[in-house]
Design a protein around this ligand. Structure first.
Ligand SMILES: [Zn+2]
Ligand SMILES: [Zn+2]
Length: 384
């Protein structure tokens, strides 16, 4: 804990002039580098977006798209990472915020995709990294203050144990967003085209948007419920899903800890009835947005209990009990959107308190690193 005598006034964090050290390790060098790279990256993206305004149009033929995309990427990602290092080390956040702010602005302008857009090419393979930077900034901007202000466990820091492994999951899932989306959508389209009935699809598409979204949520959660239950039931599937249940400190980032097989199987199967029933694209977009928010929120370190709504909407308390290490709560609360399915199928469990501990039952553990967790389910089991 910081010594109260040296605790800075809030303004000191954002003052443009500071007497804080500039030595190595003070967050000064990383802050300067973050700000310089952030501004440079933003400048390049801006010039690519508006080439005529910046006198850049004549250079168009000499630009090598692949190298340029790679260079913008490395610039933006480095600026972002150095900005977080500086924000962590340094009391004064001006340099860090400058770097992160310009990186975010560059990402909003399209990041490295600006290069592809400028030369008329399709979006490049770098989309994932832009998506990661943008995602991380947006999610942290919402959830970090929320968890600080309304913490269920205030003693748990933002950079708690095992945060690097969860950030790796967050990074990989964002990076693979395109391939994961294809792996979610394609199998249903190839294998279940025969199951589509025109009049049913017509009727679903005819529903107003709110009714479509509501139906979609119920249908998706029903499928997700049974897929999730199968992951708990089958010993072989459980080895993949155990990675998610190895979370011992709950927060918004922890929810990212999902084995790729778990992600692909759950999303791919959940999409089958959505595809067959033929919901409209806007309904699907709203659903994707809602599932991203709710799946993150139910893991968050917030103390809100939503009394009165607990049997209708999946809340943090509902899902925290799914992660509880207490034996009586094992194999309970499988839904993501509504506990209705758990109530109906007899797996609802929600006492009027919070779990005493999270993680695998009987103190079981999975390996600590992302790579070892990736191969863990495929390895021969030794008594576990
Ligand atoms: Zn589970
Ligand atoms: Zn979970």
């Amino acid at each position: 804990m910081a010594d109260p005598r040296t605790e800075p006034a809030p303004l000191e964090r954002f003052a443009l002039e500071t007497a804080e050290s500039t030595a190595f390790g003070s967050g000064f060098i990383s802050g300067i580098a973050s700000a310089v790279l952030g501004i440079a990256g933003f400048g390049i993206v801006l010039a690519l977006r508006f080439p005529e305004a910046f006198g850049y149009a004549e250079l168009r033929p000499v630009r090598s798209l692949a190298y340029l995309q790679a260079a913008i990427h490395v610039t933006l990602v480095t600026s972002f990472l150095l900005g977080t290092v500086s924000a962590w080390l340094r009391t004064n956040k001006v340099l860090a915020l400058t770097g992160i702010g310009f990186t975010l602005a560059a990402a909003l302008l399209g990041g490295s995709r600006a290069a592809a857009a400028a030369s008329g090419d399709a979006a490049g393979a770098w989309l994932g990294v832009d998506f990661f930077v943008l995602n991380l900034v947006l999610y942290s901007a919402v959830f970090v203050p929320l968890e600080r202000l309304f913490a269920l466990r205030p003693e748990q820091p933002v950079f708690r144990r095992q945060w690097p492994v969860d950030l790796t999951y967050f990074f990989i899932n964002s990076l693979l967003i395109e391939i994961l989306t294809i792996l979610t959508l394609r199998p249903a389209a190839i294998l279940f085209d025969w199951a589509r009935v025109e009049w049913v699809r017509g009727a679903v598409a005819w529903l107003p948007l709110p009714a479509q979204v509501l139906t979609l949520l119920l249908v998706a959660d029903f499928t997700q419920y049974w897929v999730h239950r199968a992951f708990h039931r089958s010993q072989w599937l459980w080895r993949f899903h155990a990675i998610h249940h190895s979370i011992e400190q709950m927060d918004w980032l922890a929810g990212s800890r999902l084995h790729l097989v778990d992600v692909i199987a759950t999303r791919g199967l959940t999409y089958v009835p959505i595809f067959v029933l033929g919901f409209s694209e806007p309904a699907l977009m709203v659903y994707v947005f809602l599932v991203a928010i709710q799946a993150t929120f139910i893991h968050a370190n917030v103390r809100w209990t939503f009394r009165g709504w607990q049997r209708i909407v999946a809340t943090p308390a509902f899902h925290h009990w799914h992660h509880s290490a207490e034996p009586q709560s094992l194999d309970k609360n499988f839904a993501v959107h509504t506990p209705a399915w758990d109530l109906l199928f007899g797996t609802f469990y929600l006492p009027a308190r919070w779990p005493s501990a999270y993680g695998l039952a009987h103190g079981r553990q999975v390996p600590p690193r992302w790579t070892s967790q990736l191969v863990y389910p495929l390895r021969r089991r030794r008594g576990a």
